[in-house]
Design a protein around this ligand. Sequence first.
Ligand SMILES: C[S@@+](CC[C@H](N)C(=O)[O-])C[C@H]1O[C@@H](n2cnc3c(N)ncnc32)[C@H](O)[C@@H]1O
Length: 206
Amino acid sequence: MLNKETTFKKETVLDWMEGVRTDQDMINAFWPSQLNSKIWLTQWVKSYLPGARKVIIFGCWYGVLADILKEKLPELEIICVDKDPVPLQWTKRKYESHVVKMEDYTYYYPVSLVINTSTEHMTQEAYDKWYENIPSNTYFVIQGNNDFAEKDHIRSCESLDKFNEINHVKNCLHTDEISYEGPWNKIDNEPTYYKRFMSIGFKDGR
Ligand SMILES: C[S@@+](CC[C@H](N)C(=O)[O-])C[C@H]1O[C@@H](n2cnc3c(N)ncnc32)[C@H](O)[C@@H]1O
């Protein structure tokens, strides 16, 4: 269940506005559904993983999730990873940032938690490699959706069960879905609705 009653500090909002002025593509990270999914994830980390300290966000994009996590859980040490160097020009001002495909990331030190909210943007092969590479005894939080209409979504899935199956969710602390509004359907002149899925698991040694 998503609690939408969230406020942000003035500094955070002003920084985001500066980001949008600097790189106009960043505006795409601020659709209501994007913001809600990151607030939802932050609430779960707060509730289920209050002891998390070092966190890697894979597919971090412009770091909006990093900013929300950092504002709500200031003790977190956040590392940002994305294959696209453009948004990382923005995140690197604030967070340790690495331009690399997430499936090729090298873990030099242990982390408490890895986050991947871009599971629908990856092939199954790339996801499997990323998942295999997560060190044992690490929590993971993943999100995906059932929006097959967006051309960049190459691995959306139809249900929460399917989402957990294809993403190898084990030792599941919590799993759920929320509905969100997608782009307006101009042909039938009506709104579109999709589901966002989220799960927290623990990668054990087995
Ligand atoms: C559109 S954005 C974010 C979408 C996601 N639903 C969200 O709200 O966080 C997807 C990001 O994932 C990154 N990405 C996709 N595949 C990746 C990969 N294999 N390794 C690292 N970054 C990846 C892209 O460069 C982009 O910044």
